[in-house]
Design a protein around this ligand. Sequence first.
Ligand code: T46
Length: 132
Amino acid sequence: MLVTKYVFQPHGDNRGQLIALEEFKDIPFRIKRVYYMYDTETGFVRGKHAHKKLEQILVCIHGSVKIKLDNGKEQKIVPLEKPYEGLYVANNMWREMYDFSPGAVLLVLASELYDEDDYIRDYDEFLDFVRK
Ligand code: T46
């Protein structure tokens, strides 16, 4: 299973670092939505679903988190712990986010607006969907 991690270019100087993300340049799709999660306690698992159409880039801009990706055939665990790294998550991919460090902030750049109909929240339904 191919895992695509982007390494973004920091614009650093003696004041610190700055990362800018532009659609179709740094991000391979039009960014229609940005959301982020914080205050997720270690021990909780988020996600546990797939999307039929949505593509995303996940960036842990503070702290660390682990992402489990599952395409129905293979699984990979990808640690995100650098604010300049972005994990591409394609459609038809089951994802789980866990092991959030205290204070972790996970930023998500999404190719679509929020649409509950795009979610597959049942794992067996996901397996049927990807095997069709
Ligand atoms: C994903 C992973 C990485 C909204 O109202 N608008 C939004 O854009 C989003 C993302 C969520 N919500 C509401 C829906 C729920 O009532 O926020 C609540 C929490 O959402 P959810 O339980 O889906 O959050 P996660 O962390 O399990 O999953 C989220 C995204 O939903 C999902 O698309 O890929 O992050």
